[in-house]
Design a protein around this ligand. Structure first.
Ligand code: MEV
Length: 353
């Protein structure tokens, strides 16, 4: 069973590590790191202005290393493709776009189109985040690349510039990203996200989450497009669902602050039904949600773009999460991870813009 436990109290560095001499290659190396995210509330409805609630999943990191290419050719090394950037296949477009966007951001900030920002790059990506599973793989890889390139070139990007570069890559990945994923993959803890702004949340009692992979590839671009088409055909009906999803999100935000995990779980299960009504469900996800319910999960729902990908399940405690993991694996989940969201009180921190 693929089970990883992560504690989210460990903040992930939000900026890349400054370039350092790499004795092996004799070259300067800049590194960047981000992590997976899981959406508890607000996938799809966030696109129409409703609030969303997401948590980072630190146990599933994405890391990038950037160095200057000694032979003058841009190159990418990753699980998907190794080779020249100009010959990279279509499926690497989001990653290639992240490199291009990082270079452009660094060049614009440095106020020059020459120099370090223009030198050919070698970018190596290592990610533990399964792709196309609704866990923010594309945003995390892009965030790691942007920070690695900035660190290599010695340019300090603002939070807004880093975010914009990730969003450029996310547009290549799935069209019209709300920005939720780009924020959550860099967050230190749970966030409420709405209209581009992320606010860290007060969590009074830990959340024990189980993420179960249906094994079916999620299709965020098609799912987002599908909701848009449904909304064009029935604006009032879809807006009612969007509104209800937004209310569930804020009910859960309040419940989190009170340590009322039972209410959070019940709202998750309601959200799953509403997401099915939006047309982004999948029978494999319904199966995982019903297995979780049969094992007394506090709540369960699809997470991320849907139409495949993962189910997110709320357990009562760590032992219950382990029991649920076993049951979900036996019921056919392709992989199962557990993650613990620690109680946290971020009051006083400014919202990230
Ligand atoms: C994808 O992880 C989340 C969606 O809401 C799309 C978005 O927010 O851009 C489905």
């Amino acid at each position: 069973m693929n089970t990883i436990t992560s504690a989210l109290e460990r903040p992930v560095p939000s900026a890349g590590t400054p370039a350092a001499d790499d004795p092996a290659a004799g070259l300067a190396v800049g590194t960047g790191r981000a992590q997976a995210k899981a959406i508890l509330f607000g996938e799809h409805s966030v696109v129409y202005g409703a609030p969303a609630l997401a948590v980072p999943v630190a146990a599933l990191p994405a890391e990038a290393e950037a160095s200057f290419a000694a032979d003058g050719v841009d190159r990418l090394y990753s699980a998907l493709y190794n080779g020249r950037l100009d010959r990279a296949p279509e499926r690497t477009l989001p990653t290639v776009t992240a490199i291009t966007a990082a270079r452009a951001a660094v060049g614009a900030t440095a106020g020059t189109t020459t120099g370090a920002a223009q030198r050919p790059l070698q970018v190596r990506v290592r990610s533990r985040i399964p792709a196309e599973r609704g866990l923010g793989s594309s945003a995390a890889v892009a965030a790691a690349i942007v920070d690695a390139v900035a660190a290599l070139t010695g340019v300090t990007l603002t939070g807004g510039e880093r975010h914009d570069a990730v969003q450029t890559a996310e547009r290549a990945a799935h069209g019209t990203p709300s920005g939720l994923d780009a924020r959550a993959v860099r967050a230190a803890g749970p966030i409420r996200f709405q209209d581009g702004a992320a606010v860290p949340l007060l969590v009074a009692a830990p959340l024990h989450l189980v993420i179960a992979d249906s094994g079916v590839r999620g299709r965020t671009r098609e799912a987002v497009q599908g909701v848009r088409e449904r909304r064009e055909a029935d604006r009032d009906g879809i807006d009612r669902i969007v509104g209800a999803l937004g209310e569930l999100c804020d009910l859960a935000v309040d419940a989190l602050a009170e340590g009322d995990t039972a209410t959070v779980g019940a709202a998750m299960t309601e959200a799953h039904a509403l997401l099915n009504a939006l047309g982004v469900g999948d029978p494999a996800l319904d199966h995982l949600v019903s297995v979780a319910a049969a094992h007394e999960a506090l709540g369960a729902k699809l997470t991320g773009g849907g139409r495949g990908g993962c189910a997110l399940i709320l357990a009562a405690d760590a032992d219950h999460a382990a029991t649920l993991s076993g049951a979900l694996h036996e019921a056919g989940a392709a992989a199962v991870w557990t993650t613990m969201v620690a109680a946290t009180d971020p009051r006083g921190e400014a919202p990230a813009r």
